[in-house]
Design a protein around this ligand. Structure first.
Ligand SMILES: [Zn+2]
Length: 240
């Protein structure tokens, strides 16, 4: 069977899928129209963007430097648990829709690239996930985000960190989470030795207490105290 016929059959298949299962906006639930992807134009326009990348002294940066040395920090949008935009993160994480964070990360990277946010960054480092958790979910959403940013920025994705405990963070107080997170991540000494590696961009889907990111920074600084670290997440709580 020729490739032309195969691609024609695939196109029919996709058209049929759209007829019986039209893609809907992951924020408002309305059917998407031609040219829209993941979220509708209206929800995209109304997204509570932080615009942190335009302000180096933004609240997220200040929240994190209270705990760790940092170059810069940004997040695409504000995260409020009850807000429908929070579903973009939870659906990607728990409902098997990694394409949501892939698409959002690519959009965000296209905004950040001309603003110079990636200037001087040598490597993208997703926050690692415990092996058993990744096997269960099938993917690490932070890696999906890092891969999407890599496509746009041309910066490689690293493997400098490992997660080594499996204690759940969800039911702990923020202080307990901070203490717990401190012992979770460690840097891979062989991977971090590269002298060309000066500035790493840590990547995660959402920042709430900041404990995870701070723990990752500490793990990297333990192996390379002079390393520069910046932070990028798709969402961040803004109640600092
Ligand atoms: Zn919508």
């Amino acid at each position: 069977m020729s490739g032309g016929i195969l691609s024609e059959i695939k196109r029919w298949g996709n058209d049929l899928l759209r007829i019986f299962f039209p893609p809907v906006c992951h924020v408002c639930g309305k059917p998407l129209v031609e040219g829209e992807c993941i979220i509708c134009l209206e929800c995209d326009m109304k997204m509570p963007r932080t615009m942190y990348h335009t302000d180096p002294d933004n609240p997220l940066y200040y929240k994190l430097i209270g705990h760790s040395r940092l170059e810069r920090a940004t997040a695409m949008f504000g995260y409020v648990r009850e807000n429908p935009y929070a579903a973009l993160i939870t659906r990607a994480k728990y409902d098997g829709h990694p394409e949501i964070v892939d698409n959002l990360a690519e959009r965000y990277a296209r905004e950040l690239l001309p603003a110079g946010f990636f200037d001087g960054i040598d490597l993208l480092q997703p926050v690692p996930m415990f092996r058993w958790k990744k096997v269960k979910r099938g993917y690490n959403q932070a890696e999906i985000i890092a891969d999407a940013i890599s496509r746009v920025s041309g910066i490689g994705v690293g493997n400098l960190l490992v997660a080594r405990s499996h204690t759940s963070q969800t039911k702990k107080s923020s202080y307990q989470r901070l203490l717990n997170a401190r012992n979770i991540y460690s840097a891979v000494p062989e991977a971090i030795k590269d002298p060309g590696l000066q500035h790493v961009l840590l990547i995660d889907d959402v920042i709430t207490t900041g404990a995870t990111i701070v723990s990752c920074c500490e793990a990297l600084y333990r192996e390379r105290p002079t390393m520069k670290i910046s932070v990028l997440t798709l969402a961040a709580t803004q109640s600092f």
